[in-house]
Design a protein around this ligand. Sequence first.
Ligand SMILES: Cc1cc2nc3c(=O)[nH]c(=O)nc-3n(C[C@H](O)[C@H](O)[C@H](O)COP(=O)(O)O)c2cc1C
Length: 317
Amino acid sequence: MAPEYAMLFEPLTVRGVRLRNRIVCPPMVTNRNIVGDDGIEWYRRIAEGGVGLVIVEATRTARFEEELKAENLSGLVEAVKGEGAAVAIQLFMSPVDGRNSPDSLSRDDIALSLERFCKSAAICKAAGFDGVEPHGAHGFLLNQFFSKRANHRADEYGGNLEGRMRLGLEVVRAVRSEVGEDMLILYRHTPKEPGGYTLEESLEFAWRLAGAGVDVLDISPASEKAPGDLAEPFRRIGIPAIAVGQMARHERAVEALREGRADLVAIGRGLIADPFWASKTREGRLDEIVQCRYCNEGCFGNLRAGKPIECAQYGRM
Ligand SMILES: Cc1cc2nc3c(=O)[nH]c(=O)nc-3n(C[C@H](O)[C@H](O)[C@H](O)COP(=O)(O)O)c2cc1C
């Protein structure tokens, strides 16, 4: 391995969970059945390819009420762990009877949503996952509660920063008390919102999330002018931060770690193009890596079309 890549392969232990290196597969909706052969094989291959942590795609909390159970999720967990990677799953706040905005949810709906996060996390723990990640990013429902633009509630779940932080913090506290001390909680958060909340507000939120039980901050998007630059301020909090954004370009991943902007780097589309990016890098086989061209066809294109994601360059992996 080239010496400049060594820092990508330093292990990291968080809350007793050992990650064999700094490379993360971020959550990506695959449009595959995560408890079926196809979905399990997708994630197994990514783990086989050498990443340290796999975060399974955004999964609606309501799905854990019926179809997703510890018994059928454990196959996925075993497949990933069997290849030496740690495994977490992203929990996506479900709408309640179609109500899908902060302003439309009643207080009972919020209570139900919290209960769903707890139940999902308990099932994930029983299935053997190392961690869960509430999806608090990208303008989806949980993130909307933090958003000045989307949240116009007049009660304690809206209004000032304290109010807009409340649901995210309650989710984390509830999940922590449900799963106990021996499970990772990651939190995906978007650091700023155009015309809305600021980076300073996000930093305050991150402090409070860490106090509520979050172990890892997954910042997305994390790269604006330089790789990982939007994750860097969050390192002050004192818990590991993940940076994402075209990190399959080796020089970007190395720069993010070397410049101390992040503790971990996530490679999304790059792993769809080549799930073996990490092991090929470690073994110095860079010329064998199928490099993502960021054309967004087979990944985001298929995602939008409701088709299983794949790389447009090479079809199914
Ligand atoms: C097909 C696809 C599905 C995605 N699904 C999710 C998701 O479920 N949850 C999430 O937080 N981000 C999701 N993302 C965003 C990725 O996690 C990642 O942040 C993004 O692709 C940028 O990283 P990259 O430049 O390495 O691809 C998705 C991205 C892609 C391409």
